[in-house]
Ligand binder design. Structure first.
Ligand SMILES: [Ca+2]
Ligand SMILES: [Ca+2]
Ligand SMILES: [Ca+2]
Length: 670
């Protein structure tokens, strides 16, 4: 992921120009430089380091036999010139060992070429963190040590430290707490040369002083204090700016089948016997199904097989016809710990419904009155479970609002929690940035006016309500999609119609200094959906174009059969570029999913200009060829696709905007 952090370098708050006479010029990229990832061998499986999971998070453990296992030449990051930045911060996440007094261990050093001379270092001793650096003046060469008392490190837990350095000011923040500031007699040098120098992680090139705890994050942010990038943060002990790939995952999502490659310590629990419950309490625990010789991992309240043969998608078959009260515009799939798997259908007429997965089928669970509901969005805040509906029409009294419902643990039902005034709402997007929770509504139109504001709401933990935080001008907004790239938060809106034309700009915003600001615009045609997805390190953004219409040119039959576009993030250009165009028939939704090692996109084709009976298509990722059509599924007015998984396998469900019938399809794998 670290390479993706290069994005929006230009948007980073740049440092003030350097002191003295030297023309200030950054020798590195002005982005978080993941020093730990830089040092970890690409295969991550070097024999000289171990990945250990403790308290739900992975860290690296160094082995005494190989103090140099984690090192790399400084020129790899200082590729433009040879000076260490004069202002910078270092972010460290570690689980410190308990050391006897007077024993020191190195977290990080930069060693001069050929000499056993330390240019800069971070040193840990019992309850103290020391920052060492070399400076030179007329009287000679000095080593300065700035020491912070840090007793919190001794408790055997994970902690995240930010050391920010600027001239003679040294500031240490622990777990997003209050910073401890030290003004030193000797400023950090403006011209510390790192020519020929070498970075060492967890050592100073020799076994003595080798770090014996666990390291999870080590990031250098040139030119800036990283604290505002990380804090506030809900889980401040594990706040992340950037961590190596091999340390990611296992906090809810199973990313691969490689979990067994790593030894587990305190968190490993294996259960034998019949299927045990899998709830939050069992998260990341194993269950051996001795009867069927299966090994399963509890991930987000579901047992996921980790030793199964690799799956491949063979074909798709119908699993369930789900008759709904009326046509269904949106489907949301979600799981509630200890309660099960559910879908919420947004139905056109007066009642929407929630179904629970029961004995392998969706069964009616709860009806909720809605007003031409367009979509549902499930999200959680701490232990609270919410479901928000986007209502398109006013109620019987002419009042127009959408509703956030909250799951009642006592009644095991959703109950109304907060009303939010909306204007022909199409979609809700829920997301979290640095521990704060947000909800964005897509307001489609007010009366005949499509050029109105959509609103981003922020959760106020004091009032326990969502409050308007930012408005964004939209044109017939249809969909919001949130995603992150490294430390950056993005929000894309699909603008569908401005009153005269569907040919208009849909926008992508990036969150900077506390608000979303325009990042890039895309020409779209009745855009109905944005779908973001990753394939390996690559990041894609697909738009569903539904209709090309302009008052001037009038409707033509062909204007529904148009290209939808997949964009890919180009890291160097810091922009999304066209990756592939796919001919679609009034596309309303893209859904990305994976089976085994294969990646798929399914499109909701709804109308070809004559009929709603059009095939929706599943495309398979074929690398250089892009997405290639592999399955053609007859659908009628197809509106929304969702993919989900149960212990029994993988499924797709789609809704129809033209008949009261949704269908669940099973993905047959071999
Ligand atoms: Ca959305
Ligand atoms: Ca989608
Ligand atoms: Ca969908």
């Amino acid at each position: 992921m670290s390479v993706l952090l290069a994005l929006c370098v230009a948007l980073l708050p740049l440092v003030t120009p350097g002191r003295g006479t030297r023309q200030w010029e950054p020798c590195t990229d002005l982005r978080p430089l993941d020093i730990l990832a830089e040092a970890v061998p690409p295969d991550g499986a070097a024999a000289r380091i171990r990945v250990v999971q403790v308290q739900g998070a992975r860290g690296l453990q160094l082995l005494a036999a190989a103090p140099r296992a984690l090192s790399f030449p400084a020129s790899r990051v200082f590729f433009r010139c040879d000076f260490f930045p004069e202002e910078f911060s270092i972010v460290v996440t570690l689980k410190a060992p308990s050391l006897p007094p007077k024993k020191n261990e190195y977290l990080l050093t930069v060693m001069a070429e050929g000499l056993d001379a330390l240019l800069l270092g971070l040193l840990y001793s019992a309850a103290r963190l020391h920052f060492l650096f070399r400076s030179e003046d007329a009287a000679g060469i000095w080593q300065t040590r700035v020491s912070f008392r840090s007793p919190a490190l001794m408790d055997g837990q994970w902690h995240t430290l930010v050391l920010a350095v600027s001239e003679d000011s040294f500031s240490l923040t622990t777990d997003c707490g209050l910073p401890v500031d030290i003004m030193a007699d000797v400023p950090f040098p403006a011209t510390l040369s790192v020519r020929g120098a070498q970075f060492f992680i967890g050592s100073r090139r020799r076994t003595k002083g080798l770090f014996t705890g666990l390291l999870r994050q080590l990031v250098l942010l040139p030119g800036a204090d990283a604290t505002p990038w990380l804090c506030p943060c809900k889980n401040a002990e594990l706040a992340v700016l950037s961590i190596p790939r091999i340390l990611q995952g296992l906090t809810g999502k199973l990313e691969d089948n490689e979990v067994l490659k790593y030894p587990f310590e305190t968190d490993m629990r294996v259960t034998l016997g019949p299927r045990p419950p899998c709830t939050k309490a069992e998260d990341a625990q194993f269950w051996v199904d001795a009867g069927r010789k299966g090994l399963h991992l509890c991930v987000g309240s579901e047992w996921v097989s980790v030793l199964a043969a690799k799956e491949r998608l063979d074909y798709v078959e119908e699993h369930q016809s789900l008759f709904t009260d009326s046509e269904t515009l949106g489907i949301e799939v979600f799981a509630i710990p200890e309660a099960g798997l559910f879908i919420a259908t947004a139905n056109r007429k007066a009642t929407s419904a929630i179904y629970k997965w029961t004995d392998g089928k969706f069964a009616s669970y709860q009806d909720i009155p809605t007003h031409q509901a367009q979509s549902w969005r499930h999200f959680t805040i701490g232990k609270k479970i919410f479901l928000a509906v986007a209502n398109f029409e006013p109620n019987e009294k002419g009042q127009e609002f959408s509703v956030i419902y909250k799951w009642s643990q006592r009644r095991l039902r959703f109950t109304p929690y907060q009303r939010v005034p909306t204007h022909s709402a199409r979609d809700w997007e829920a997301f979290e940035v640095a521990g704060e929770h947000f909800l964005a509504v897509a307001n489609h139109r007010e009366g005949d006016n499509h050029n109105i504001d959509s609103v981003i709401y922020k959760w106020n933990p004091g009032t326990r309500l969502f409050e308007a935080n930012q408005t964004i001008a939209t044109s017939g907004a249809y969909d919001w999609e949130f995603f992150t790239v490294g430390p950056y938060a993005f929000l894309a809106v699909a603008n569908a119609f401005n009153g005269t034309s569907t040919r208009l700009q849909s926008r992508l915003y990036v969150r900077l200094a506390g608000s979303f600001q325009l990042f890039q615009s895309f020409l779209t045609f009745g855009a109905a959906d944005w779908e973001v997805f990753h394939i390996g390190e690559r990041l894609f953004l697909a738009v569903a174009n539904s209709h090309s219409y302009d008052v001037e040119t009038q409707v033509q039959n062909g204007s529904y059969v148009i290209n939808s576009v997949i964009y890919e993030l180009n890291v160097t250009a810091q922009t999304f570029v066209r990756f592939q165009e796919i001919l679609t028939c009034s596309a309303l939704d893209w859904e990305f999913f994976s089976v085994g090692e294969d990646y798929f996109l399914v499109v909701a084709n709804s109308f070809d200009g004559n009929t709603f009976s059009v095939n929706s298509i599943i495309y398979r990722w074929q690398g250089y060829e892009g997405f290639v059509a592999v399955h053609s599924l007859p659908t009628f007015g197809c509106r929304d696709w969702e993919a989900f998984r149960t212990a029994a396998g993988a499924y797709l469900v789609y809704s129809s905007a033209k008949e009261p019938l949704s269908r669940v399809l099973k993905l047959r794998t071999g």
